[in-house]
Design a protein around this ligand. Structure first.
Ligand code: C5P
Length: 206
C-alpha cells in the first residue's frame, strides 16, 4: 500500500506520516529532507541556491545518510530548500530516488508537497493535510523553540506565508491537493486526534 501525504509547512503531515508508517509497519520517506539536504550541499559548496547547474549537481550526488537530520530541520534550511525546490531540473533529478522508495515491496508512506500529484499519482491513499497559517506558525514556533532556536511568532508566521506562496506559486510541481485526495484540516486537532483521523482515512481505503 502506497500512502501519499502532502500539505504545507507545519500542517502536521510529517507527524502523521511518521505515525502511520510506524502503525502500519511501512517504510517512511520525508521528502522535504531531500530538498533540505540538496540546499545544505549547495550552501556548503559555497554556491548560490538559485544556480540550477550547481543545485542539480548537489541533488544528483545526494547520499542522505551523510546528513545530520537535526541540522537539516532548522528554519533556515526550510527556506533554502524551497528555493532549490522551485527549480524544475532539481525536481527532475530527485524523482527516481522518490519513485524507487515508493515502489518498495509492501508499500511505503511518503510525505511532501507533490507526492499525490507527481511522485505517486497511483497511490492507494492520498491525504492532504492542512491547518490555518496562524496555527501552523504557533506549532512551528514551539518546535523551533524546543530546538533551541530564537523565535519571534510574527517572523515565523511571515516565513510560513512566504513559503506557502513560493511552494504554491511555482510552475514546477506546485503544492496542490490531488483531485482524489482526502482533505484533513488539523487546525483544531491535537496529535492523537489528527493521527486517528488519518488512520480512519487509510482504513476506509483498504
Ligand atoms: O516539508 P519541509 O518543510 O521539510 O520541506 C522543505 C521545502 O522543500 C518545502 O518548503 C518545499 O519547497 C520543498 N519540498 C518540495 N517537494 C516535496 C517536499 C518538500 O518542493 N515533496
Amino acid at each position: 500500500m502506497i500512502i501519499a501525504i502532502d500539505g504545507p509547512a507545519a500542517s502536521g503531515k510529517g507527524t502523521i506520516a511518521r505515525r502511520l508508517a510506524a502503525h502500519l509497519a511501512l517504510p517512511h520517506l520525508d521528502t522535504g529532507l531531500i530538498y533540505r539536504a540538496t540546499a545544505r550541499t549547495v550552501l556548503d559548496n559555497g554556491d548560490r541556491l538559485d544556480d540550477p547547474d550547481r543545485a542539480v549537481a548537489a541533488a544528483r550526488g545526494l547520499a542522505l545518510t551523510e546528513y545530520d537530520e537535526d541540522r537539516l530541520r532548522g528554519a533556515e534550511m526550510g527556506e533554502a530548500a524551497s528555493v532549490v525546490a522551485a527549480l524544475p531540473p532539481v525536481r527532475e533529478a530527485l524523482i527516481d530516488l522518490q519513485k524507487t522508495f515508493a515502489a518498495r515491496p509492501g508499500g511505503a508512506v511518503l510525505d511532501g508537497r507533490d507526492i499525490g500529484t507527481v511522485i505517486c499519482p497511483e497511490a492507494d491513499v492520498k491525504i492532504f493535510v492542512t491547518a490555518r497559517p496562524e496555527v501552523r506558525a504557533q506549532r512551528r514556533a514551539l518546535e523551533l523553540h524546543g530546538r533551541g532556536e530564537k523565535v519571534d511568532y510574527d517572523v515565523v508566521l511571515a516565513d510560513i506565508r512566504k513559503r506557502d506562496e513560493r511552494d504554491s506559486g511555482r510552475s514546477a510541481a506546485p503544492l496542490r491537493m490531488a483531485p482524489d485526495a482526502v482533505l484533513l484540516d488539523t487546525s483544531d486537532l491535537d496529535v492523537e486526534a489528527a493521527f486517528a483521523a488519518a488512520l480512519a482515512i487509510v482504513e476506509r481505503a483498504k
